[in-house]
Design a protein. Structure first.
Length: 425
């Protein structure tokens, strides 16, 4: 029987004198491994008010999840997430499963009195995301917090970019160009894993890569996308069925027969912000040679910033107020102790990597829980992204017609007023 909702209570742990924060994680493959690193390392690098404890991990295959628990340091393993979310030693449920289970697990975990961290995209549909925002708002009243895992906000260089925009170093923003390019689907014999099935993944490159760049765009500009004009494409429409249970990205080899790909392989769209910023977005898994090329360029009247995730310790900055004779893009090596997150890491020049974003994510969420402050990105931010993704699909289905995006009220789930309708982009 489900316990009545209660704020998480501290329990006993070995937190070196600090109160423990018991983490229960659902899903134990790619993101499961990355989040394990985050929870394991955050309290060893940063001085945290609570000590994360890897209490229990959950997956459906008992042998596999027990092996993973041993390798990554989880104290217990479960094979049913319903059991995980009601454990007394779990204060926070970390959801690392495909999108089709995010809403059900998150809403149940919040109802069971736990804090929730949910991987992106928040859900597979706007309706699911709205229900999650409502559940999070009700849980907030009871002192529980919910966050969505857009980890690229936690690259020191992107956090620095946000700070520089907020400080006005770029002046009024004009342009945003974001692309997220990968190439792991180019082979038409790559099997039909869950990432290629709409009922499991919601959408393809759009919900996977596009969700990240929409969130980053909204984070950097500081306002939601107001509307989009889009096209999507599925280049390879049929693929071999996977041989067995497979991780979304790994080529587990083909089994018998083939099945239809029901998601997009690539999404391309333009967007408007209410302040006048215009943006272009591209997400694809077919950009041969590009492995994880999340690239951003922001142009403002006083300067520009550029970032490439494949060189994630660097941020390029052009100060347009400097005399033209010696102005130009310069490289900021984002490894100084006064750069975001860097105070606790290595000496300048000793760079960080992909996994550190998950350490920073855990750090920020622990601070939020200890102080009772709403963490960002919130479920409402996740819903805002979901609405942009839905608008992209709607626009693409209607020959790229400009499609407005409803803004989300940061407190409640929906703002009922219609957005301003700009001209076409
Ligand atoms: N933030 C990022 O950079 C990033 C990167 C990759 C994936 N993701 C997101 O993380 C989520 C998981 O993706 P992944 O790449 O780790 O997938 P994956 O296929 O590698 O792992 C999925 C895991 O979920 C488990 N699972 C599925 N359904 C389950 C259920 N009902 N109960 C218990 N366990 C279940 C699987 O057994 C597996 O362990 C997705 O939402 C994805 O979009 C985020």
């Amino acid at each position: 029987m489900t316990k009545p909702p209660q704020p998480p209570q501290p329990h006993q742990g070995d937190g070196g004198g600090k109160p423990p924060l018991g983490v229960g994680m659902v899903g134990y493959a790619f993101m499961g491994a990355a989040h394990s690193q985050g929870w394991r390392t955050a309290g060893r690098v940063f001085d945290l008010p609570l000590s994360p404890v890897l209490a229990a991990v959950c997956g459906r295959d008992g042998d596999a999840v027990r092996a993973m628990a041993g390798r990554h340091g989880w104290a217990a393993a479960e094979t049913d997430w319903h059991a995980l979310i009601t454990r007394d030693d779990v204060d926070l449920v970390d959801i690392c499963t495909p999108g089709d289970s995010h809403a059900e697990i998150a809403i149940a975990a919040l109802a069971a009195g736990k804090h929730v961290l949910c991987e992106k995209p928040l859900a597979n549909t706007v309706e699911e995301a709205e229900a999650m925002v409502q559940a999070a708002a009700a849980a907030r009243e009871r002192g529980q917090l919910a966050m969505v895992g857009f980890n690229y906000r936690r690259v020191p260089a992107t956090a620095l970019a946000r700070k520089m925009v907020a400080e006005g170093r770029l002046g009024a923003l004009r342009h945003l160009r974001v692309t997220y390019l990968q190439d792991w689907l180019v082979d038409p014999e790559f099997p039909l894993t869950w990432r290629l099935r709409k009922e499991a993944a919601g959408s393809g490159a759009l919900g996977d890569l596009g969700a990240h760049i929409v969130d980053l765009a909204q984070y950097l500009v500081g306002e939601p996308v107001a509307g989009v004009s889009a096209l999507t494409e599925t280049f390879v429409r049929e693929r071999p069925l996977p041989a067995g249970a497979s991780s979304g990205l790994a080529d587990a080899g083909g089994g018998d027969g083939r099945g239809p790909v029901t998601v997009d392989d690539a999404a391309l769209f333009t967007g408007r912000f209410a302040s006048g910023v215009i943006a272009s977005f591209e997400a694809t898994r077919f950009a041969t040679g590009r492995k994880n090329a999340l690239r951003i360029e922001l142009n403002g009247e006083r300067g520009s910033l550029a970032f490439d995730l494949e060189r994630l310790n660097e941020l390029s900055y052009h100060d347009h107020t400097e005399p033209g004779a010696h102005a130009g893009f310069r490289r900021i090596l984002v490894t100084e102790p006064d750069h975001p997150y860097l105070e606790a890491w290595w000496p300048p020049g000793h760079g960080l990597g992909y996994e550190h974003t998950f350490v920073h994510q855990a750090r920020d969420l622990v601070h939020a829980i200890a102080s009772g402050t709403a963490p960002e990105p919130s479920f409402a931010d996740g819903l805002q992204v979901q609405r942009v993704l839905a608008a992209v699909e709607e626009s693409a289905a209607k020959n790229s017609v400009y499609t407005p995006v409803l803004p989300v009220d940061p407190i409640g789930p929906v703002t009922p007023t219609a957005p301003t309708t700009p001209t076409t982009v």
